[in-house]
Ligand binder design. Structure first.
Ligand code: C2E
Ligand code: MG
Ligand code: MG
Length: 441
């Protein structure tokens, strides 16, 4: 690939600058980081041109022309091996491989700002002076997660703008947090590393076959209590881990714990598949399929025992990277499910295109379905369409017998919800399963 311009037009390319967008940049950070020698550093620079009255006054066409000219100038200031990406209209990301240390990062940012110092000629022949701010982060000093590194560069760029210095390298204190927040983060970090009295764990919620009443699977749900004794909602935990740059460690932990659960279930004679929830940024991680493959191999678990849930909203930005990650996961023999279906914007056409085998109807429809005709009709049409596409349907959030009966009458084969059981610790789940298996006398 040339250092800037894309060879083929895809949806991942900004049509006005010809530059790849953020998902490609994140994939390239992973790739380039692996290619650096032990003495080399990879620099990541966030470049931003803040809005100004003059910039707001130009036409969209002149804006595109200006962005292309600005990109060209930046490219000329870069070395052959550097890469430039378009993040949004007035934001760019630059990757600088093979740096001898983090120090040349500041020099590179100064060079870019100098290149943008002269006025730009607009389409109308006017001359426009632009401001530009840069923030830099460095692999491996500032972390190894591509998203975290890009975020750190952006945070440094915010400080560069507010401090008036124009270009700054990331430092930890730039993530200013409240004292309580820091305590929470420290506790979370300790919980993830497992050396705490109160570690994170996975609880299992059964999925029940509505025709036979048998347990046909389970979903692994994250559980962690804060020091005040309150359960922290999983979404809150995931968001905090992402902020700390610990998504990679968490995904490894999650896969490892899931494998332990599957092994313990097998040892107890329970050979059901386990569904595991992925986070949105997992799908941007080109290393995820390898990570999953290694986990299955180490634990000697067949791929059909693991099911990965992705939510519909994760797929809204359907990029070549995301599609590739999903394709490789399917290639490993894993089943993919769309979680919380019906709540996103993606719509039914996604079902046709994505390599998924299961659809989980969001509990918001299910919980009101008995009393609300409209929700019942939405459920009925999701079931019909899914079956036409040979997809399995699971309804979530079933809280009573009436709802289970209604779902069964609509043709839904599997259900999950507190009516059958809430999520249970592994030991309690095994006990619950065995109790259910005892034939009635
Ligand atoms: P989800 O994957 O849709 O999980 C179902 C949620 O509904 C769970 O909430 C579950 O406890 C709850 N639930 C199940 N049955 C009922 C019911 O009958 N009534 C009601 N009111 N709620 C029910 P939870 O455990 O709080 O998880 C919330 C979300 O957090 C999950 O939604 C999932 O998106 C995310 N999450 C949970 N564990 C993980 C994890 O390990 N990794 C990632 N990335 N996300 C996770
Ligand atoms: Mg789920
Ligand atoms: Mg769900």
């Amino acid at each position: 690939m040339p250092k800037t311009l894309a060879a083929t037009p895809t949806t991942d390319i900004d049509p006005f600058t010809g530059l790849h967008k953020l998902p490609q940049a994140l994939a390239d950070i992973s790739l380039l980081a692996r290619q650096q020698s032990s003495t080399q550093t990879l620099g990541i620079v966030s470049l931003f041109v803040p809005p100004s009255p003059a910039l707001y006054r130009i036409t969209p066409e002149a804006g595109h022309h200006l962005r292309a000219a600005l990109s060209q100038r930046v490219m000329r200031a870069l070395r052959k091996q550097d890469r430039l990406y378009s993040v949004s209209n007035w934001e760019w990301l630059i990757l600088l491989p093979e740096l001898v240390s983090a120090a040349p990062l500041t020099l590179a940012m100064m060079k870019v700002r100098t290149a943008l110092g002269d006025a730009f000629e607009t389409l109308d022949g006017d001359h426009l002076q632009l401001d530009a701010f840069c923030g830099g982060s460095a692999w491996p000093d500032d972390g190894d997660d591509p998203i975290h590194l890009a975020q750190s560069a952006r945070i440094a760029r915010l400080h560069a703008a507010s401090s008036g210095s124009g270009a700054l390298c990331y430092q930890r204190h730039m993530d200013k947090t409240e004292a309580g927040q820091t305590r929470f983060q420290t506790a979370l970090q300790q919980a993830l590393s497992g050396n705490q009295e109160n570690p994170m764990s996975l609880h299992l919620q059964p999925q029940v076959d509505l025709t036979s009443g048998a347990c046909s699977g389970a979903e692994a749900l994250l559980r962690w209590q804060h020091e005040d004794g309150n359960a922290v909602p999983p979404h809150h935990i995931i968001a905090a881990l992402e902020k700390l740059g610990l998504r990679h460690s968490f995904t490894r932990w999650l896969l490892n714990q899931s494998m332990q659960c599957i092994t313990a279930l097998t040892e107890a004679g329970i050979n059901i598949p386990l569904s595991v929830n992925l986070s949105a940024s997992d799908l941007l991680d080109v290393e995820l399929p390898d990570l999953v493959m290694q986990a299955l191999a180490i634990w000697e678990i067949p791929a059909h025992r693991l099911l990965l849930e992705i939510t519909e909203t994760m797929m809204v930005e359907e990029t070549p990277q995301v599609t590739e990650v999903l394709r490789r996961l399917r290639q490993l023999g894993l089943t993919l499910a769309i979680d919380d279906f019906g709540t996103g914007y993606a719509g039914m056409s996604y079902l046709q295109r994505l390599p998924v085998e299961e659809v989980k109807i969001d509990q918001r429809f299910v919980r009101q379905a008995v009393g609300t005709k409209r929700d019942r009709e939405i459920i009925a049409s999701i079931i019909q369409l899914s079956h036409r596409l040979s997809l399995k349907v699971v309804a979530e959030g079933v809280e009573n017998q009436e709802t289970a009966d209604m779902l069964w009458s609509l043709g839904c084969e599997t259900a999950q919800g507190n009516f059958f059981s809430p999520a249970l610790s592994l030991e309690d789940f095994i006990r619950w399963y065995k109790r259910k298996q005892v034939p009635a006398t």
